[in-house]
Design a protein around this ligand. Structure first.
Ligand SMILES: [Zn+2]
Length: 351
């Protein structure tokens, strides 16, 4: 087979048309298409096709890729054969579904529309942050630079972009309000806040906004189940840092730590189950009575796997340490002073 311009093949084979020509009924939702995934058994659509980036992603089985990946997987062929098939095929128009079934009752409390709304908000806020000098300066003052902005897809709500977008693409404003993105009066709930999303599989699953104006309620999260912030950073790690707040978490990310935040002092047992199999858990809680008390309680429940990292006197929390000139150096010295992890431990915590 002669050499092939892969980009040209992708251009000549619009991904939504190819996927439709493989029998997947796609419905347009704004700039995306959704349909039932052909790679796993489902009744309600989890497959999202993004014509702009010529890619697809399934929220159910996490299948993803470009048009060539789709054909390889669907036809169970190799890369070259997939290119040949795409060269031969003249895709039909997009099949549309007249399916009037309601939203999916799945394990996830989020419907496909919910996920698209979150994805849109996350994109819009991220773009807005990159244009907003004041918000970027605020992050910089807290030791959070552009690499973390990009890695965590941090955003800023200017209060202008989300509602027009939802209207234009016919998403439900009522649903956006239920999710906590819009207020009852229709204004954006996170307006004027730096937004920290929780990403799962690269998609936004939740977000919390930090007010730039100190007189307002500091943190405001969406009205969706509160996650462990940074869950995917710590999954499968042998040593995990656990902290309290969103900026403590961002500080840890900027230092490249396997870190997550409970988004509060206390977390119910079922939210902590992800720690069950972690050999070493370093607790970096706030340097106040409440934080230290909670840290000791959690340490007791974790047993010998837990280490308490006490921040220096006068430093309120990890985020504050991150904003100070020698914060990083101080932190890693404290980590070194923790010494090696405890002995081999039982995997299940004693109850
Ligand atoms: Zn799937």
């Amino acid at each position: 087979m002669p050499s092939v311009d892969v980009e040209l093949v992708k251009q000549h084979n619009p991904i939504e048309q190819v996927i439709a020509s493989h029998g997947v009924k796609l419905q347009q939702r704004g700039e995306r298409f959704v349909g039932c995934c052909p790679f796993h058994d489902e009744q309600h659509p989890s497959l999202v096709v993004y014509p702009n980036t010529r890619s697809f992603f399934c929220f159910g089985c996490k299948a993803s890729g470009d048009v060539i990946d789709f054909v390889r997987r669907k036809e169970n062929v190799g890369f070259r054969r997939a290119l040949e098939l795409l060269g031969e095929a003249a895709p039909q128009g997009v099949a549309t579904s007249d399916d009037k079934r309601g939203p999916a009752p799945s394990e996830s409390p989020l419907t496909v529309d919910d996920r698209l709304i979150l994805a849109a908000a996350c994109d819009l806020y991220h773009e807005a942050l990159r244009r907003n000098e004041r918000a970027l300066r605020y992050l910089d003052s807290r030791g959070i630079g552009m690499p973390v902005v990009r890695e965590c897809r941090l955003g800023y709500s200017d209060g202008q972009a989300l509602k027009p977008f939802l209207r234009r693409h016919r998403f439900s404003l009522r649903r956006a309000a239920e999710m906590g993105l819009l207020r009852k009066d229709g204004n954006e709930a996170l307006a004027g806040r730096v937004v920290i999303p929780e990403l799962r599989g690269g998609e936004c699953a939740w977000m919390v906004g930090r007010a730039l104006n100190e007189r307002r309620l500091k943190y405001l999260g969406l009205s969706l189940p509160k996650p462990i912030l940074g869950y995917e950073r710590v999954r499968g790690q042998s040593r995990v840092f656990v902290t309290e707040g969103a900026f403590d978490y961002l500080t840890g990310v900027s230092w490249n730590l396997p870190i997550c935040a409970l988004l509060g002092t206390h977390a119910r047992a079922e939210r902590l189950r992800f720690l069950d199999r972690v050999p070493e858990v370093v607790l970096v809680f706030d340097n106040d009575d409440e934080g230290q008390h909670a840290a000791r309680e959690l340490a007791d429940s974790l047993g010998a796997r837990a280490r308490l990292l006490r921040l220096p006197d006068g430093v309120k929390d990890l985020g504050e340490l991150g904003a100070s000139a020698d914060g990083r150096e101080t932190f890693f010295r404290l980590v070194a002073e923790l010494g090696p992890a405890g002995k081999e431990v039982q995997h299940a915590p004693a109850s």
